[in-house]
Design a protein around this ligand. Structure first.
Ligand SMILES: Nc1ncnc2c1ncn2[C@@H]1O[C@H](COP(=O)(O)OP(=O)(O)OP(=O)(O)O)[C@@H](O)[C@H]1O
Length: 360
């Protein structure tokens, strides 16, 4: 089992200098609004992903009015102890260390400590723009497939190059076709790697999501998932060639896996327009539990689960099923935040497991 034993935070968000020991696989984190429950989950996430879940900019994680921050955690898994340290220096330089060894590339850390966060704003995976869904899928695959992560990094760099090339032509009216061909060739190479992996992923992921949704809701509400990509019916190279005129006008690359999407249906209509808030939340949980299962299988260890404010919108029956799933049957370490000590204590007691509650 993968297990976080202890964590210490220095100048991370609202924490000046705090540390906690985790002694049980199930940890409840309680306290009033704004006390720092989510921030504690975010610090755990930081140790797993070398960045926070909520802020893209590292500087936003530094305590207001201070300079620099440090997070330290020790994880235990079947192979031994992993001491992880993330530092943002006063000059904003970031360092990340595993067992005192600094990483040259932070991406090498991704997947070492698999972790799944479920936070209220994640509902945007269902209701938001397609980039939210691509990021969701990419974060999962990247944790078990380093070559996918590399392809994604390269693809995004090339896409930026291609887009700035398109802008330059609009500004200077100079057309360097050889450069475009060279960029296209590489974009196609990495785009096809991404497309194939997403296809493989979706084949496994889709039935799992429907299964979890059905388990939590007691029926499937006609749920369907569809992976959409320009590459389904066309080869990428021809797509890039045929869209170049339009690309030049819009100064952006119109075709490619950076436009892929995942659509959800409820009885053949768009899920986000038809479903109730509780049904949306149920779908979000099903997506995240499917993520958890795939990572568990691929990494041969159960990821750490971070559940932030999950009580909102779910009826009692759905809540109990979720609690049973994450606290009892999955045998993973799980952190659950709640503003109500009594409610959390009651749910966890019903599960007949040993748990720890931290009151902030
Ligand atoms: N960089 C920062 N420096 C100092 N304080 C910060 C920083 N970022 C966030 N905070 C503070 O952290 C607090 C929010 O913490 P958090 O979101 O973890 O609360 P919470 O306990 O989860 O609350 P809720 O129950 O409302 O979800 C706020 O008071 C916010 O002002």
């Amino acid at each position: 089992m993968l297990y976080l034993n202890k964590i210490s935070l220095f100048q991370f968000k609202n924490y000046t200098h705090n540390h906690w020991q985790f002694t049980e696989p199930v940890i409840g984190i309680c306290g009033p609004n704004g006390v720092g429950k989510t921030n504690l989950l975010d610090a755990i996430y930081f140790l797993c992903f070398t960045k926070g879940y909520f802020n893209r900019q590292d500087a936003n994680n530094v305590q207001q009015g201070k300079q620099g921050m440090r997070i330290e955690g020790s994880f235990l898994n079947n192979t031994g102890l992993m001491e992880v340290v993330g530092i943002l220096r006063e000059n904003n330089k970031k360092e990340f260390l595993l067992n005192t060894e600094p990483y040259k590339k932070f991406s090498e850390h991704i997947g070492r400590i698999p972790c799944v966060m479920i936070a209220p704003d994640d509902i945007s995976i269902i209701t938001g723009l397609s980039e939210e869904r691509r990021r969701f899928i990419d974060t999962i695959i990247s944790q078990y497939n380093q070559s996918y992560l590399e392809a994604l990094i390269q693809y995004n760099k090339l896409l930026q190059q291609r887009n700035s090339w398109l802008k330059q032509i609009a500004e200077h009216k100079v057309y360097d076709k050889d450069l475009l061909d060279a960029i296209n060739l590489q974009l196609v190479h990495f785009g096809e790697i991404i497309y194939k992996q997403r296809q493989l992923f979706m084949q496994e992921f889709t039935p799992m999501v429907i299964q979890y949704y059905t388990e939590i809701a007691n029926n499937n509400d006609g749920l369907k998932l569809q992976y959409e990509s320009h590459l389904h019916d066309n080869d990428f190279e021809s797509l890039l060639k045929s869209s170049v005129d339009k690309d030049l006008i819009l100064q952006r690359t119109q075709m490619g896996v950076h436009k892929d999407d995942l659509t959800f249906y409820m009885h053949d209509t768009a899920f986000k327009t038809r479903a109730s808030q509780g049904q949306r939340k149920t779908l979000l949980l099903a997506l995240k539990l499917a993520e958890f299962s795939i990572l568990k299988k691929e990494k041969a260890v159960a990821p750490i689960l971070l559940l932030d404010d999950i009580f909102e919108k779910l009826d009692e029956q759905r809540m109990e099923k979720l609690f049973y799933k994450v606290c009892v049957s999955e045998q993973c370490q799980v952190f659950i935040t709640d503003t109500h000590y009594n409610r959390l204590n009651e749910y966890l007691s019903k599960m007949r497991i040993s748990f720890q509650i931290i009151n902030l």
